[in-house]
Design a protein around this ligand. Structure first.
Ligand code: SF4
Length: 453
């Protein structure tokens, strides 16, 4: 296969049912994008520009360490980009920004200053960037920025509250082999960037107050409470209590203002019940990778402390607390094919992942996935700088949709609208690849495309 363009076009032809927007989105997510200087923010002060900057909301999601990113480490790129138009006539597609200075994809401004996405040197789409939200321009009384305490992603839909910026699974024998949460914390500290390890509940509330005040369009719809695994205690609290007490405080202060979600380990049922009692509506006990051998190898801490079988049992149990629709475990799409332990053919990888999807969906539970970003400081990223084959990601979208159809399920709650041209979920294209629901979905999508950039 020659150029990346040829690879992409070949897949579009072979998989015509997968929206072409999703093909580009998956490729950008797995391999990253370079930014020309003309496309970077013009200020080092991240609250001062016109464009909403990349917040590093949990992992680095970059293909280089900060010192390797050059100018993009000093003048932040946008949090997300929106692709439209171009020779492929793309519908509005929101893509999370993963920086890779060596990518064949490049965002640059043309002579008139209009941003475009270039692949192998050819302009393939217009690029829209998120405007700086008014709430990012305000600081908390302790001087911290809203972006640091309560960044928003998915075009403003989701407030991402990583309240514990490190993980108690630590070192090669415990950390998940694709995860750079601990490294990301270290690199931000080393760069002198503000990066709070444990967020104080009062500062979270203050940041939400600012968002609530200035988000007059009510674009922010959900919040996610998350962070590293807690195997002992943080601030005297176990995992359920630690993450749960933020939910409790938020729901007391802003009852029902946002859909509350928690990403945490698969916890025993009594702990899951505590989340529910605190006002959480959606629970994400991520199963990471389906295959038994790969789970044991890639998630050594989780295997040792909980174990795969128990992890899955707890996911099913949590459906009795939250209802199956509101249990949405994530997996990291692509690590199935990471060398040296992963599957060597796309067929095997898809068969394994589909088995996992069928297991959960047969119980009414709809998993979702993020597209693996092979961050270079992780063991799997180091060994697989190119990530998984694009064909794997495209076929996964097909398999996901087909399995959902087989079990009569629809897109999970709390992700905004599904469908090409409508989805806002930015770290995989599973929502872009599902059918737009409702009789007016097509027209609505067109209207969104016209007004959103
Ligand atoms: S449990 Fe694994 S994926 Fe989650 S933060 Fe810790 S190391 Fe990362």
């Amino acid at each position: 296969m020659g150029s990346r363009t040829a690879l992409v076009e070949d897949l579009m032809e072979r998989f015509p049912h997968v929206p072409r927007e999703a093909v580009f989105k998956e490729d950008l997510l797995r391999g990253g994008v370079a930014f020309d200087k003309s496309a970077l923010s013009d200020t080092a002060n991240e609250a001062a520009g016109d464009v909403k900057p990349k917040s590093y909301f949990i992992f680095s999601f970059d293909h280089g360490t900060l010192p390797e990113l050059g100018e993009a480490a000093l003048r932040r790129p946008p949090e997300e980009i929106i692709l439209t138009g171009g020779p492929y006539d793309l519908r509005r597609t929101v893509v999370s920004v993963r920086v890779n200075p060596a990518s064949p994809y490049r965002v640059a401004a043309d002579e008139e200053g209009l941003l475009g996405l270039y692949l192998d040197g050819r302009r393939i789409a217009d690029v829209g960037v998120p405007p700086m939200p008014e709430y990012y321009r305000h600081t908390l009384s302790n001087g911290k920025s809203v972006m640091e305490v309560a960044p928003t992603i998915q075009w403003g839909y989701l407030i991402y509250l990583t309240v514990f910026r490190v993980c108690q699974y630590f070192g090669a024998k415990e950390e998940c082999q694709y995860c750079d949460i601990n490294h990301n914390w270290r690199q931000h500290k080393a760069a002198g960037r503000p990066y709070t390890g444990v967020k104080d509940v009062e500062e979270v509330l203050e940041a939400l107050e600012i968002i609530d005040r200035y988000d007059t369009q009510k674009a922010s719809t959900a919040y996610t409470l998350t962070g590293g695994a807690i195997t002992s205690k943080v601030a005297g609290r176990d995992e359920a209590d630690f993450y749960g007490h933020y939910a409790k405080a938020i729901e007391e202060r802003f009852p029902g203002r946002w859909i509350g979600k928690v990403v945490a380990q698969a916890l025993p049922k009594a702990d899951v019940q505590r989340f529910k009692d605190y006002g959480v509506q959606i629970y994400h006990p991520n199963f990471e990778v389906w295959d038994r051998r790969l789970f044991e190898l890639y998630c050594p801490g989780k295997e040792r402390y909980v174990g795969r079988d128990e992890w899955h049992r707890r996911i099913l149990d949590s459906a009795e607390v939250f209802g199956a629709r509101n249990v949405i475990p994530n997996f990291v799409a692509g690590v199935e094919m990471a060398e040296p332990f992963g599957f060597t053919t796309v067929d095997e990888a898809i068969a394994s992942t589909t088995e996992g999807l069928r297991f959960f969906m047969s119980h009414g539970i709809t998993p979702r996935f993020t597209t693996w970003c092979p961050e270079p400081t992780t063991p799997l990223g180091k060994a697989n700088p190119q990530g998984a084959p694009l064909e794997y990601h495209i076929r996964l979208l097909e398999a996901y949709r087909q399995t959902m159809d087989d079990f009569g399920l629809s897109s999970p709650p709390g992700y905004g609208p599904p469908g090409p041209g409508r989805a806002v979920f930015s770290v995989s294209s599973f929502m872009d690849s599902l059918p737009a629901d409702g009789p007016d979905a097509g027209r609505e999508a067109d209207a969104t495309a016209r007004t959103a950039s």
